[in-house]
Design a protein around this ligand. Structure first.
Ligand code: FEO
Length: 467
């Protein structure tokens, strides 16, 4: 039984040991299921090559072996020598901002950099998890913190700064002037604890250098990212983050992490696509080995998340239709079912979301790249059903890049839904396709109207594909 090496990250599969979590010892590489992925970087089995101490090595294997050697002796939470992740996992957190469900929990990452007796902490954790941060500091023998870099003033990263200062009163807080103001107002910190920096002020300590890059609106206007020059690590805080609690330091399952990151992007980044375009251009000016965000695992293949962001912020939409809807007495559901059937037959990816049974985060994820949104609601008390209002309001806040919007539903004797929709969706710059509202239960007589809406949207999607 031969060893195999991951040509992406250098992780070595030794059949004698297996993969501690998923493959039993003494399993030949060939016997591992095709669905298995690299425990370190998450790529599939096809990215592994035969590894033999005796065989001549390709340049790629030589390079990856170097990575393994470099990682020898590093701790479970050590990105590179003397750079540690010391934050906290929140396995049970169910909601963020009391808005988006978190099926995989989340984490508040914080990082320690040690250099020639000087210790720098990058960001902190949600105050309710400060005890975990302190345990992790103790575990890596941190008995002094000289500087705390605060990339972002929101409390899930800054909230434990007062507690860290209480324990290490000699520490100074390094941040930009805008963030300083917010930290003072949110945490009541004293002026004298701050050292303010800007993009032109590198900060040297020991044999390391930090550079600061303003990355506004990912998530708040004061947000910055910090670059550790010597180790090529970008600490990007919310930017590129994913809501995910995992015991793995690095991305473990790329597809899953991208879904979590997309949920995160959808909820708080999507409205700021123009800013993100500029921020990515700035980040790409640096040579990056690792992206270390403040939520979710560290990316040891930075291009994974950078390329995903580029796709999400691009004007490109997918051949996909979302139908968020509410139905009280099945009339709206009948219309939705008919449309779903027709769109399916036309080969279009269509996703109906029965709102009372839907994780609203899934709608947010699909809003990132859907070409069309069709809202469905019955009239209730003269207007749109409140549960649909909630989703339309959210869609309006998130400013999706959809090209087309339409509306369907049923009413008993009239209503003012269109006026409400126009007000609710003022930020959604999509073309409105003539809506269809029926009286009572849809009958065969309504089929023509429904078909007309469906045909129009199918035509528009064909045009989109030809562009
Ligand atoms: Fe994760 Fe904007 O805080």
């Amino acid at each position: 039984m031969k060893k195999h090496i991951c040509i992406v990250c250098g992780w070595l599969y030794d059949p004698k040991e297996g993969d501690a979590e998923r493959v039993a010892p003494n399993t030949a590489f060939e016997e591992i299921p095709d669905t298995w992925t690299c425990p370190l970087c998450g790529v599939t089995k096809e990215n592994f090559e035969l590894y033999d101490d005796e065989m001549p090595e390709t340049e790629a294997i030589e390079e990856k072996k170097q990575i393994i050697n470099d990682r020898e002796g590093l701790g479970y939470n050590e990105i590179v020598k003397d750079v540690f992740e010391v934050g906290a996992k929140d396995w049970d957190r169910e909601m963020f901002d009391e808005l988006i469900p978190l099926p995989d929990g989340t984490s508040y990452n914080a990082y320690i950099i040690k250099s020639e007796g000087i210790t720098v902490l990058i960001d902190t954790v949600e105050p309710s998890k400060s005890h975990v941060l302190f345990e992790h500091l103790e575990h890596i023998n941190v008995n002094k913190i000289d500087y705390i870099v605060s990339n972002h003033a929101e409390q899930d990263h800054s909230g434990s700064i007062p507690l860290v200062l209480e324990k290490f009163p000699e520490a100074k807080v390094i941040t930009n002037p805008k963030c300083k103001k917010l930290l003072i107002s949110h945490l009541d910190l004293a002026e004298e604890v701050f050292i303010t920096v800007d993009e032109k002020t590198p900060f040297k300590f020991g044999n390391k250098t930090l550079e600061f890059v303003y990355t506004p609106w990912v998530h708040w206007p004061e947000t910055m990212s910090t670059y550790l020059v010597e180790d090529k690590i970008f600490f990007t805080c919310d930017f590129f983050g994913s809501h995910r609690a995992t015991s793995k330091l690095f991305v473990y399952d790329e597809a899953k992490v991208l879904e979590d990151a997309k949920r995160y992007y959808a909820e708080i980044m999507m409205p700021f696509r123009k800013h993100i375009t500029k921020n990515i251009a700035k980040v790409e000016q640096k040579e990056i080995a690792f992206i270390a965000p403040s939520h979710g695992p560290v990316y040891n293949r930075p291009e994974l998340i950078i390329d995903a962001y580029k796709e999400w912020i691009s004007p490109k939409v997918h051949d996909k239709i979302l139908i968020p809807y509410v139905s009280m007495h099945e009339s709206t559901a009948i219309i939705v079912d008919k449309m779903v059937e027709r769109f399916t037959q036309a080969g279009i990816h269509v996703i109906p979301f029965n709102i009372p049974k839907t994780d609203i985060g899934q709608i947010a994820i699909e809003l990132v790249d859907a070409a069309t949104i069709i809202f469905g609601s019955p009239v209730i008390l003269g207007g749109i059903h409140p549960q649909l209002v909630n989703v339309a309001y959210l869609a309006n806040m998130l400013r999706p890049k959809a090209k087309y919007v339409s509306f369907v539903g049923s009413h008993g004797w009239g209503g003012k839904m269109m006026k409400q929709y126009e007000t609710l969706l003022s930020n959604v710059k999509a073309e409105i396709v003539e809506p269809t509202f029926v009286r009572g239960i849809p009958t065969e007589e309504n089929d023509d109207e429904i078909d007309s809406l469906v045909n129009k949207i199918i035509e528009l999607h064909k045009e989109l594909k030809n562009q």
